[in-house]
Design a protein around this ligand. Structure first.
Ligand SMILES: [Zn+2]
Length: 462
């Protein structure tokens, strides 16, 4: 007898879409079968699509210390309502996650609050590279470094980054890097500011595409020198992703994510929406999204990540009259993959490729596959049911975000998450007006980071 059967679904597996039932026992997928087998609970999927639970390799839940904007409970509720069952949380919290006490504090807060499974990053700072090997005992999912200024984490200069990369390579872990050229940005910002401009377009011009892809190219070069596994975060430019693709093709363990907001918003939206659409790197020109989609379709880009980065409404409104005072980051984890799937289907991207982008590829790159990232026998029964026909409109009030704003407010969406399971337990069920979370805070578990890495799925395919 199985614990759970999800019947009559189009099941998105790694090898194709199966019309079958998924049978779960003890929290893992026990069988995929076209036969009707006995189970304690049976769910009729009514021909909808069953995707593997998404693995989001890049979220900011602000916990501890910055919980006015979001905390691990509200952030993870929004995640599972958007089909995301595993998140990797960034170290830009207060205290900064850079040592054992700060890591354990975050782990304890997250363990009490999260309804999604979670891995935790450690910050690579100019000072902590010598501690990398001891910090590995904490089982971080990876390290995170900034090549440009951020108010929440000290940036690392090239020499410091290279030293850190050597240490992380020796520890057989991985580094995720925010790539922007700080010098170019500072120079252009001063120039544009002194001309008196403070509108969204001016902000975008202060961080042009080359200020990002130059830094991607440099990070890739340094990673090759150190022989470290590098993950380039939120690439907004196809050029930056191209440098990664070249290195990957040459056999280096280097990967790249883009973020969903670059696929659905551009600088014109930024101009219209204002501070609530401000992020780093900034929104790009109108043709950029089509080029990123092409890079995802053709395998230049490995995966997607939301980079959900909440701030309070008051903090965002600080930039109402001048973009130079807005903190950069967007609320959108709940809608990100719903938009991605709806538009991906419209663009003719195969369902298996979509699942690879938001689930299988990040799970492999961070070495938690096949426990996570796929619907296959033996894997955690993390999955979500998706109705590709339902049309709805994003309403910030009907989200689980602590701060009820999102740049996608008012956007029409085709396709909606109806139900999400984590390890075979329903964690979210859709319903008017916004659906409900069906487990207690703390249902989510810590996912220990493992050393080493699975080959990139893109490399494996060659
Ligand atoms: Zn981020």
């Amino acid at each position: 007898m199985f614990d759970l059967a999800v019947k009559n679904a189009h099941v998105v597996t790694e090898s194709g879409v199966l019309d079958a039932g998924v049978y779960v026992k003890g929290g893992v997928v026990a069988a995929l079968s076209t036969e009707v087998l006995p189970a304690q609970e049976s769910v009729d999927a009514q021909g909808r699509i069953l995707f593997p639970g998404a693995v989001d390799p890049h979220v900011h839940f602000n916990d501890p210390g910055l919980t006015e904007g979001e905390d691990f409970y509200t952030g993870s509720c929004a995640a599972v309502a958007g089909g995301i069952t595993t998140v990797f949380e960034m170290p830009l919290t207060n205290p900064l996650t850079e040592d054992e006490p700060s890591f354990l504090l975050k782990k304890s807060e997250a363990s009490k609050k999260s309804v999604a499974d979670f891995g935790l990053y450690l910050a690579l700072t100019p000072d902590n590279a010598t501690h990398v090997s001891t910090l590995m005992a904490l089982e971080p999912i990876g390290f995170k470094a900034f090549m440009s200024y951020s108010p929440e984490i000290p940036m690392v200069k090239d020499g410091e980054l290279l030293t850190g990369m050597h240490a992380i390579a020796a520890a057989n872990s991985r580094i995720a890097v925010h790539c922007e050229n700080n010098d170019i940005i500072t120079h252009l910002t001063n120039q544009i500011k002194s001309s008196g401009r403070n509108d969204p377009r001016a902000y975008t011009e202060s961080r042009p595409p080359y200020s990002e892809w130059e830094a991607v190219q440099r990070a890739v070069t340094l990673a090759k020198i150190a022989g470290v596994q590098l993950h380039v975060v939120h690439s907004s430019t196809p050029e930056g992703a191209g440098f990664v693709a070249e290195a990957r093709a040459a056999g280096h363990p280097i990967s790249v994510e883009t973020a969903q907001h670059f696929l659905f918003l551009d600088v014109e939206d930024f101009q219209r929406i204002g501070p609530f659409a401000q992020c780093n790197p900034p929104l790009r020109g109108p043709e950029n999204a089509d080029r990123l989609w092409e890079a995802m379709r053709t395998g230049v880009i490995d995966c997607v990540a939301t980079d959900h980065a909440p701030y309070t409404i008051e903090e965002k409104l600080r930039g109402k009259d001048s973009v130079w005072t807005t903190p950069a980051g967007l609320n959108h984890i709940q809608t990100a993959n719903q938009l991605l799937i709806g538009d991906g289907i419209r663009r003719g991207i195969p369902l298996t490729r979509l699942a690879e982008l938001f689930a299988t590829a990040p799970a492999r790159l961070f070495n938690i596959y096949p426990q996570k990232g796929a619907i296959r026998v033996g894997s955690d029964a993390d999955m979500f049911l998706f109705d590709p026909e339902q049309e709805w409109t994003v309403d910030a009030e009907q989200t689980f975000y602590k701060q009820k704003w999102t740049p996608f407010h008012g956007m029409k969406v085709k396709g909606r998450v109806k139900r999400t399971w984590l390890r075979g337990t329903t964690v979210y069920e859709d319903g008017a007006p916004k659906g409900s979370i069906t487990v207690k805070p703390g249902f989510g578990r810590f996912i220990p980071g493992r050393t080493g890495h699975a080959a990139s799925p893109l490399m494996a395919a060659e």
